[in-house]
Design a protein around this ligand. Sequence first.
Ligand SMILES: CC(C)(COP(=O)(O)OP(=O)(O)OC[C@H]1O[C@@H](n2cnc3c(N)ncnc32)[C@H](O)[C@@H]1OP(=O)(O)O)[C@@H](O)C(=O)NCCC(=O)NCCS
Length: 170
Amino acid sequence: MATIDPTVVELHPYSESDLDLLRRANRPELMDQMGGVEDDAAVVKRHERYLRLPVDGSGQQFRVTIPGHPEGVGMVGWWVQSDRAIRTLECGWSIEPESRGRGIAPAATLALIHSLRERGEGGVLHAYPRVDNAASNAVCRKAGFSLAGTVTDPSVGAGVLVLNDCVVKL
Ligand SMILES: CC(C)(COP(=O)(O)OP(=O)(O)OC[C@H]1O[C@@H](n2cnc3c(N)ncnc32)[C@H](O)[C@@H]1OP(=O)(O)O)[C@@H](O)C(=O)NCCC(=O)NCCS
């Protein structure tokens, strides 16, 4: 499929009607890199958490749309890291398998960075793709992130994960 015109990729704040988007994303092809498939109760809990994020300014998830797909082809979002003394922002993304390889995630991530700059958020934005996640590391590269180093995450799944710490200035 051809690369998409980035200007037709739109972000819509996550809303009550987006639970189906989360349910569609709850399959191994999308969740393997993010802690694994969840049961429906956990998906509903995440839905409620996503709705609460913007209430106190601690984050924002977005439904990503392209022409012909108002229901969304994936998600992109940012949140405040809960374990840092200073406000530190992290972001993440997922695109449904049928829509991958068209540059949708990089376009959505660039739009997300733009919206954070418009909000007046300063500092840097982090993304933590697994070192072996070629597609997600490609998104970082195309959205202008640079590699600050690697970090380990002992809390996700079996064993210790090695993640790239990718940063972009806001
Ligand atoms: C990572 C992800 C969001 C990329 O989305 P995307 O819109 O396909 O991004 P791109 O079109 O820029 O493709 C990125 C890379 O995917 C690979 N790719 C290309 N075509 C592909 C296809 N048809 N199917 C799958 N991957 C493809 C390529 O390596 C491409 O990089 P390249 O352009 O340098 O060759 C998507 O693969 C995904 O949702 N993965 C699972 C969730 C995940 O890993 N999230 C990140 C957690 S940190």
